[in-house]
Write a protein that binds this ligand. Structure first.
Ligand SMILES: NC(=O)c1ccc[n+]([C@@H]2O[C@H](COP(=O)([O-])OP(=O)(O)OC[C@H]3O[C@@H](n4cnc5c(N)ncnc54)[C@H](OP(=O)(O)O)[C@@H]3O)[C@@H](O)[C@H]2O)c1
Length: 326
C-alpha cells in the first residue's frame, strides 16, 4: 500500500517514514523546497513538493494513496492566525484533496496533540471521554483540526492521535533539558512537581501503526502515551541518571517565564520568526498536570508501550552522544 506522510522530514515524521519503509510500505514523503532532508537521505522513498497552505499542491500529493499520515503542523507561531493556518487550514486543505481524489478507501490518520484535550488534574489523567478544554492557541487550533477531521468521517475512515510530550532520537525540545543537565544544572519550574505524561518516539510510532491497521480505530481519538505518571523533578533525575551526571537543581520561579517570554516575543517580532517561548507556551507550562491515560489505546488497539521512561531516556542520551549533539 502507498502511504503519504506529511511532516515527513520532522522529528516524528522521519521516524515514522523509516518504520513504514521497514514494514514494506511504499512511501511518498511530502516536503517543502526549504525542508531539511537529513533524516530521509538514505531511504528509497518518493519525494513530493507541497505545502499545506497551497490546496493546489495537495491534489497531486494524494494521488494513488491508500493511507495518509498527517503530521505536518506548527507548534510555534507568531500569531493566532499562524496556528490556525498551520494546523486547521492545512488539515482542511488535505482533507478536501482526499475527497476530491475520489478514493473512498483512503484512510486518514491525524496526529493531533494532547494540547487539544487540554490539561488534566493531578492524579486524574485526561481521557478521550473528557470534554476537550484546550488552554493554548496551539491546542485550540489542533482541536479545530480534529473537529474538521471528524466532519469527513462519512467520506473515508479517519482516526485522531493525541500524543503527550514526545522524546527520543532527533527531538530538539526535551533535548534542551538533556543539554542543561549535561552541563551540570537541572532547571525545573517552581517546585517541579507538575505532573506529565511522556511517550518514547518508537512507542508512539508503534501506536500510530496500530491505528492504521485496526478497523475499530475508525472515527476515534486515542491518547498514545507511555506508561507511568511523572513530575518534572523525577524526569530530570532520570535524564541525569541516563547521562550519568549529578546536576544542581535550579527552581525557576514562575514570574521568570513571563519575563523570558516577553523578551523572546519582542526579539521574534524583530526577527520575523516565531518566539521560542511565547505567552501561549507559558500558559501550557504553568499547568499543574498534563497527565493523559493510554487505557483506551491499550484496550481497543492492543497498544503496549515497550520502553520505560528510564530506558527510553537512556537510549536517547546515547543517541545524542553518538551523533555529537552532546
Ligand atoms: N514533538 C512532540 O512532543 C509532539 C507532541 C504532540 C503532538 N505533536 C505533533 O506531531 C506532529 C509532528 O511533530 P514533530 O515534533 O515531528 O515536529 P517537527 O519536527 O517540527 O516537524 C514538523 C513538520 O511539519 C512540516 N510543516 C510545517 N508546516 C508545513 C506546511 N505549511 N506545509 C508542509 N509541511 C509543513 C515541517 O516541514 P519543514 O521542515 O519544511 O518546516 C516538518 O516536517 C505535529 O503536528 C505536532 O503538533 C508533537
Amino acid at each position: 500500500m502507498k502511504a503519504l506522510v506529511t511532516g515527513s522530514n520532522g522529528f516524528i515524521g522521519s521516524t515514522l517514514v523509516e518504520k513504514l519503509f521497514e514494514q514494506g510500505f511504499s512511501v511518498r514523503c511530502m516536503i517543502r523546497k526549504t525542508s531539511n532532508l537529513r533524516w530521509l537521505e538514505n531511504l528509497d522513498v518518493e519525494f513530493y513538493y507541497g505545502d499545506m497552505r497551497d490546496p493546489e499542491s495537495l491534489t497531486h500529493a494524494v494521488k494513488d494513496i491508500g493511507i495518509v499520515f498527517h503530521l505536518a503542523g506548527v507548534t510555534k507561531a507568531r500569531s493566532e492566525s499562524g496556528y490556525i493556518e498551520g494546523n486547521y487550514q492545512g488539515t482542511l486543505n488535505l482533507l478536501n484533496a482526499c475527497r476530491k481524489s475520489g478514493a473512498s478507501e483512503v484512510k486518514f490518520i491525524f496526529v493531533s496533540s494532547q494540547a487539544a484535550g487540554g490539561p488534566g488534574s493531578p492524579g486524574k489523567p485526561k481521557t478521550e471521554f473528557d470534554p476537550p478544554q484546550p488552554i493554548s492557541l496551539y491546542g485550540k487550533s489542533k482541536l479545530m483540526a480534529e473537529k474538521v477531521v471528524l466532519d469527513f468521517a462519512g467520506a473515508f475512515p479517519v482516526c485522531i492521535i493525541r500524543p503527550p510530550s514526545v522524546y527520543g532520537p532527533r527531538d530538539k525540545d526535551v533535548f534542551v533539558l538533556f543539554k542543561n543537565i549535561y552541563k551540570g544544572f537541572a532547571p525545573v519550574l517552581g517546585s517541579g512537581k507538575q505532573t506529565a505524561s511522556m511517550v518514547y518516539v518508537y512507542d508512539l510510532i508503534d501506536g500510530i501503526l496500530l491505528t492504521a491497521k485496526s478497523p475499530s480505530a475508525t472515527g476515534k481519538t486515542f491518547y498514545l502515551s507511555g506508561d507511568g505518571d511523572y513530575n518534572w523533578l523525577s524526569i530530570s533525575k532520570q535524564i541525569a541518571s541516563a547521562l550519568n551526571k549529578k546536576p544542581v537543581t535550579i527552581h525557576v520561579p514562575y514570574f521568570m517565564l513571563d519575563i523570558v517570554s516577553f523578551f523572546s516575543t519582542a526579539a521574534a517580532v524583530m526577527n520575523k520568526k516565531p518566539a521560542l517561548l511565547n505567552g501561549d507556551k507559558v500558559r501550557e507550562l504553568k499547568q499543574a498536570s498534563w497527565l493523559c491515560s493510554n487505557r483506551r489505546a491499550k484496550d481497543e488497539l492492543g497498544f503496549d508501550p515497550k520502553f520505560s521512561l528510564q530506558d527510553g531516556l537512556t537510549a536517547t542520551a546515547e543517541w545524542y552522544k553518538k551523533t555529537g549533539w552532546l
